[in-house]
Design a protein around this ligand. Structure first.
Ligand code: HEC
Ligand code: HEC
Ligand code: HEC
Ligand code: HEC
Length: 193
């Protein structure tokens, strides 16, 4: 319910102990009417008063277009299931559609933080090998909201597939397994917070 910096908190809520921005409930403990909790931070929320299945997000695309349908959000734990076919054929791996190049021609996006939910270019040397510094210096919270207040990574800065990034003209390599958190000291010293 929110991101790593701004999330719903208060009485009758049961947050995940490690990641308090994730709640383990859909309504407040003891609420006999079971009214769905409303996000205070809209970054990952549905449109106002609109069900997930009717809501649209980035570029006017339905939430379902990138995440799958309401009761079958991607990925399906059964690797061979039909639910996994669309994402795999669109971007090469299952789960949420995250590769910008699924929809944007390679090289057509400048450096940006206007991707889905405020995400930047992913798997793109123009972002990771050059130029993200300014975006951080101009607004540090913009990065901490997914990479964490201490920039050591959260489930919101996880690689959805194995990645290798070569930086500084190939002098350094950062390798990630699927599901690793991207920390800001993976390629250089921790930036000043
Ligand atoms: C263009 C593709 C796209 C669209 C459209 C989209 N999302 Fe996402 N969504 C993503 C990506 C990519 C991530 C992963 C970003 C990250 O890890 O922080 C994500 C992450 C999320 C998360 C966080 C899940 C977690 O791990 O805690 C939620 C919740 C979410 N989206 C809800 C929605 C809703 C609701 C809509 C519609 C209003 C929507 N998304 C529309 C691509 C999309
Ligand atoms: C499922 C398809 C899809 C994916 C995946 C996708 N986009 Fe988009 N994006 C769109 C559409 C559609 C538009 C709207 C185009 C228009 O209005 O002409 C758009 C518009 C944009 C714009 C211009 C509008 C604005 O808000 O500034 C940016 C920047 C952008 N996308 C960045 C990204 C980034 C970065 C990623 C990857 C992290 C990404 N997109 C992934 C479909 C997608
Ligand atoms: C909406 C969540 C989100 C925000 C906001 C965000 N990141 Fe990320 N970041 C991610 C995710 C998810 C990945 C892993 C992407 C992948 O698999 O390549 C990532 C990866 C990275 C990488 C490694 C390169 C790459 O393509 O994976 C760098 C560098 C990075 N982020 C820098 C930043 C900086 C600098 C900011 C602030 C301007 C920022 N991030 C804000 C979610 C976010
Ligand atoms: C995959 C490798 C990689 C990751 C992960 C990464 N960076 Fe960088 N970063 C670089 C490279 C390469 C440079 C130097 C290139 C340049 O001058 O832009 C750099 C330079 C910087 C600089 C300026 C120089 C310095 O060392 O202080 C800042 C600030 C910075 N990054 C912030 C971040 C933040 C914040 C994150 C996490 C959200 C992050 N970086 C994650 C590769 C990475």
């Amino acid at each position: 319910m929110g991101d790593a910096l701004e999330y719903l908190s208060g009485p009758a809520l049961v947050p995940d102990p490690a990641w308090p921005f994730r709640l383990r409930q859909a309504y407040r403990t003891g609420d006999a009417s079971a009214s769905p909790l409303q996000a205070s931070n809209q970054r990952f929320a549905e449109e106002a008063d609109t069900l997930y299945k009717f809501s649209k997000g980035h570029g006017g695309i339905g939430c379902q277009g990138c995440h799958g349908s309401t009761h079958a959000v991607w990925p399906n734990a059964d690797a061979g299931s039909n639910d996994n076919v669309a994402a795999r054929s669109l971007q090469g791996y299952t789960g949420t559609v995250m590769e910008c190049t699924t929809c944007h021609a390679p090289g057509s996006l400048g450096r940006t933080v206007n991707g889905p939910h405020g995400l930047h270019n992913v798997n793109d040397p123009a972002w990771y090998d050059d130029g993200h510094e300014e975006f951080y210096e101009n607004n540090k919270n913009r990065c901490k909201s997914c990479h964490g207040a201490d920039l050591t990574g959260t489930p919101l800065s996880r690689t959805p597939t194995a990645r290798t990034f070569r930086v500084e003209e190939g002098e350094r390599t950062a390798d990630y397994f699927k599901g690793d958190f991207v920390r800001c000291d993976d390629c250089h010293g921790m930036p000043s917070l």
